[in-house]
Design a binder for this molecule. Structure first.
Ligand code: SPV
Ligand code: MG
Length: 293
């Protein structure tokens, strides 16, 4: 089997548009894989929300890493972990890269904000950006630390989010590319893709570009392909689907004081066992457990 890192690098550098979908635990990661996606976005927003905390580094980096490990163990496709700002300075990034590689996480994405970060869609313009040379040092430190040459470091530019515009975004893109980033994630909170199109017109195919169309979800996907984007992240849609489904089912059971009306709307217990690969354990017991009289 091709290494997860190599799979991810091939997606980034292929000349067709590729897609990864958010997951926030082992189960959702497995569902992403089964559906046919070639990769998984380990979303900081979704992982923290699933843990019941805010997207402000309230979950510690090792708590996030534990979730990523369950996701990685449950799947055979690459995961790019949203590693926020790298949880500190260059030295914290070095340690993080080591731990990600040990857990077979294929790629990390770090963003040029300050620790503790805030989600980009909350008061983005009030958010201070990291200094370009300090953030470039983090990218270089990550690239110098990785042992697998195909491990990918994606540098996320928050210039549009913070209201700095195209020239600042391009300045940062140049610097992060020079520091060794395998790709740039250009983030935007507009409800059209104009920031992305402006950026791509100037940047062309200097290096792969990753986007997150959460707010500009109405833009036809072909337009991303046409402007030269490499990878699209559908960033939080399983989390949001899960919340809606849980709210609906919880309300129904509460109102009915009975299970009849929800039974056919939810998966069977058997389906839960299938996703957990319960059959494998049954087979292993036949091999390893002493047989009963
Ligand atoms: C995430 O999914 O955690 C992201 C993307 O970082 S966003 O929420 O759009 O900032
Ligand atoms: Mg995030």
């Amino acid at each position: 089997m091709i290494a997860k890192t190599t799979q991810f690098k091939q997606m980034l550098t292929s000349n067709q548009l590729e897609f990864i979908l958010e997951a926030h635990d082992g189960l959702s990661a497995k569902i992403v894989e089964e559906t046919g996606f070639k990769g998984i976005w380990g979303s900081g927003l979704a992982i923290s929300a699933a843990l019941g905390v805010r997207d402000n580094n309230e979950a510690s980096w090792t708590q996030v890493l534990d979730v990523a490990e369950f996701m990685s163990d449950a799947t055979n496709i690459p995961i790019m972990l949203d590693s926020d700002t790298g949880y500190g300075n260059f030295n914290n990034v070095r340690r993080l890269v080591k731990k990600l590689e040990q857990r077979k996480i294929a790629a990390m994405c770090i963003e040029d904000k300050l620790f503790p970060k805030t989600n980009s869609f909350i008061n983005g313009e009030a958010q201070e950006l990291a200094k370009i040379d300090e953030f470039s040092g983090k990218i270089k430190a990550a690239k110098d630390t990785q042992e697998d040459p195909d491990f990918c470091v994606v540098a996320r530019i928050e210039a549009f989010i913070a209201g700095w515009g195209l020239s600042e975004a391009l300045k940062r893109a140049e610097a992060y590319h020079k520091a060794g980033a395998d790709a740039l994630l250009v983030h935007s909170k507009k409800n059209t893709a104009e920031d992305i199109f402006e950026f791509m017109k100037e940047w062309k195919d200097t290096c792969p570009v990753v986007i997150v169309p959460t707010m500009y979800y109405n833009t036809p996907t072909d337009e991303f392909q046409d402007c030269g984007v490499s990878l699209v992240i559908w960033a939080n849609h399983l989390l949001r689907a899960r919340i809606k489904a849980m709210q609906h089912t919880a309300t129904q059971i509460y109102k009915d004081r009975a299970l009849t009306s929800v039974e056919n709307e939810i998966v069977s217990v058997k389906e839960v066992f299938r996703l957990q690969n319960a059959d494998e354990l049954k087979k292993a017991e036949k091999v390893y457990l002493p047989s009963q009289q």
